[in-house]
Design a protein around this ligand. Structure first.
Ligand SMILES: [Zn+2]
Length: 640
């Protein structure tokens, strides 16, 4: 026989009146919007271990059970009219579409945690300063800034946002506001408002329209007063997958192949702000799914990774990277993340771990993949050990994407900048026997890079150029983040002087129509006046972004390389300008001189890309006779 016990609902008897001013965004976040809307309830705060939830019906047992199950907390009801709850739900779970709407300012900013202000809020901290700081923070966060700079200058207080890696001014405020503004930010982040002479670091947690945001605040005494930088910690950084970072598919495949290794050292390199940490965290999450023991040593730990042991380095307390690593090695890890290899001790332990059955991930501050090897040698690691330990190096950058709405000309969507969002480009070195041999022999970076290229590593600049050609970013943006390789000067060796016979000039056009036809006719006419000294070879049409349809040489004649190629580029996607010639056209010792004809209306972007691919760029309106004369003069000058 079973005893039936009636449910005790005495706690509901005294269901208090809901106080929405106590609503804690972190607590709201505990309950999925679906449930809140379905049952017409809103979690307010945690009270003595129980979840205080607003409801219009305290006797709704289904709701109580569902909310308790969904949040993992005991539920205590607080009563409020259904209409009022609906209003609050709409406020705390805003529609996705309206969430990012900047027009909805002024925004409510809630100050959570790290905020000692409640007791310190003094009379001199005027309500307007509070409001102003709230607004500045909300504006920056909603604009997608990673950092908000507040800097007193001669003319006023400049407020700047770093968006997609680039700093730009958002506002200029009156200088008189500086003292109260600085004080308010300091109070918010738990700093000493009386100390204006020393740099300080603090943290704050706020909620902007229901989204909790952690801030790291630093102050620095400068000539016109204290400068403040607020770093907005993006909680999604630690949660992004490799696929979501914006690497090319082939790059993701190469990175995964490196992570598939059970032992060895995999390095991610690039300057500050190139997304190294995001990549490493994404890598860790993939590796973690294998059910291995993952441990990290970091300085600082910015994002908590669920299920992973993260150790914070404390140099002052003697817990250096090296010391932390040595302790970790006794904890039976499978995968170790070393935030950064800065010194010989760390390098040696990391390499030792990589050589003894551990997958070790780390970062280095080098510009390209091959230089990472040289850096390890500089730090003091042994070449033969580096050669065996290093399985791969990912050199990466983040490039801004051209705004999809305006294609880079500037519009409301992108705040007149022309760019919106970023994606990653990478140069991925994968170890090969030849790579190992060269590294062990202490070969210079150029030689290591050559071995890497032979094993499929595409240089960073080339990866970026592919995006420029597809119109995803601009060449200026690529230049901002990656160094353009010096161009090889074509210097034909004396032994490879041209063979006898007419000068052979290839003609190809990416366009059909009058301009192309006229130019071709002019070229042929001009060539015919030179009584057999010049031969014009018709190549197939230059297809967008690819090779001209391969044309075989005239019947019966042996293929003879071309001395020059004249190409009429198409307008539109700058990638159309690229030119790949059939193999038979190109002498290995004496590449043809390439003359590109830029169509009328070509932009600076077109011209720069054409200039990258060609030796000479001329306007398409140039008469064929002049084009031919130019080609012949240049060939003579080159030693033809
Ligand atoms: Zn735009």
């Amino acid at each position: 026989m079973r005893l039936y016990r009636p449910r005790v609902i005495s706690t509901h008897d005294r269901a208090s009146r809901a106080d929405f001013s106590r609503t804690d965004p972190a607590v709201v976040a505990l309950l999925d919007e679906r449930w809140a809307r379905r049952f017409g309830v809103l979690p307010l705060c945690l009270d003595d271990g129980a979840l205080l939830v607003a409801t219009s019906n305290p006797l709704d047992l289904d709701a109580e059970r569902a909310v308790a199950f969904a949040t993992g907390h005991r539920v205590r009801w607080a009563e409020a009219p259904a209409a009022e709850i609906a209003q609050q739900i709409a406020r705390w779970y805003p529609e996705v579409g309206t969430r990012a709407e900047p027009a909805a300012l002024p925004v409510e900013v809630q100050h959570l945690g790290f905020d000692s202000s409640s007791r310190e809020r003094t009379a001199d901290e005027s309500a307007s300063a509070i409001q102003l700081v709230d607004q500045l923070l909300a504006e920056g966060i909603q604009a997608g800034a990673s950092d908000i700079h507040i800097e007193p200058e001669e003319q006023g207080i400049a407020v700047r946002h770093r968006i997609d890696g680039v700093l730009r001014q958002s506002r200029l405020l009156a200088r008189a506001l500086a003292p109260s503004l600085v004080s308010r930010v300091k109070i918010l982040s738990g700093l000493d408002i009386a100390d204006r002479m020393r740099p300080q670091d603090g943290r704050a947690r706020i909620a902007v329209r229901g989204t909790v945001v952690d801030l790291r605040v630093s102050t620095l005494p400068a000539s016109h007063g204290e400068k403040i930088v607020v770093r907005v910690l993006d909680a999604s950084t630690g949660l992004r997958t490799l696929d979501a970072i914006g690497f090319a598919d082939a790059d993701v495949t190469r990175i995964r192949s490196l992570l598939d290794q059970r032992e060895g050292l995999v390095l991610v390199t690039g300057p500050t702000g190139s997304g190294k940490t995001t990549t490493l965290y994404a890598a860790l999450r993939e590796v973690q799914a294998r059910g291995v023991n993952v441990v990290t040593v970091e300085d600082p730990i910015e994002y908590r990774l669920p299920g992973i042991v993260q150790v914070q380095v404390h140099e002052k307390a003697g817990l250096t990277f090296g010391a932390a690593l040595r302790s970790i090695m006794r904890q039976d890890p499978d995968v170790i993340l070393v935030g950064e290899i800065r010194d010989r001790e760390t390098a040696e332990i990391a390499i030792q771990a990589a050589l003894t059955g551990h997958l070790v991930l780390s970062t280095l501050h080098t510009n390209d993949a091959a230089s990472a090897i040289a850096r390890l040698v500089d730090i003091g690691a042994a070449s033969y050990q580096i050669a065996t330990a290093v399985k791969g190096v990912v050199a990466q950058r983040l490039v801004r994407r051209l705004c999809a709405a305006c294609a880079g000309t500037g519009c409301r969507e992108c705040g007149d900048v022309g760019y919106r969002g970023r994606r990653a480009i990478a140069e991925i070195l994968v170890a090969s026997p030849e790579f190992e041999r060269r590294v062990a022999a202490g070969a210079p970076p150029e030689s290591v890079a050559e071995a890497a290229r032979a094993n499929g590593c595409i240089p960073l600049w080339e990866s970026g150029l592919a995006l420029v050609r597809r119109g995803e970013t601009s060449i200026d943006e690529l230049r901002r983040v990656a160094a353009e390789p010096a161009r090889q000067v074509m210097e034909p060796p004396a032994a490879a002087r041209p063979v006898e016979g007419p000068t052979r000039i290839g003609w190809t056009s990416a366009r059909s129509g009058a301009v192309s036809g006229a130019l071709r006719a002019q070229l042929l006419a001009a060539a015919s006046t030179l009584s057999g000294q010049v031969e014009i070879v018709q190549l197939g049409a230059a297809t967008p972004g690819g090779a001209p349809e391969s044309t075989t040489p005239a019947e019966g004649t042996a293929p003879r390389p071309l001395d020059a190629v004249v190409t009429l580029a198409a307008l539109g996607n700058p990638g159309h300008a690229s030119l790949e010639l059939p193999e038979w056209c190109v002498s290995p010792t004496r590449p043809p001189l390439v003359v590109a004809l830029a169509p009328e209306g070509a932009t600076g972007e077109h011209l720069r890309l054409l200039g990258h691919d060609a030796n000479v760029v001329l306007p398409a309106t140039t008469h064929g006779r002049v084009v031919l004369a130019t080609v012949l003069a240049l060939l003579r000058w080159r030693g033809g």
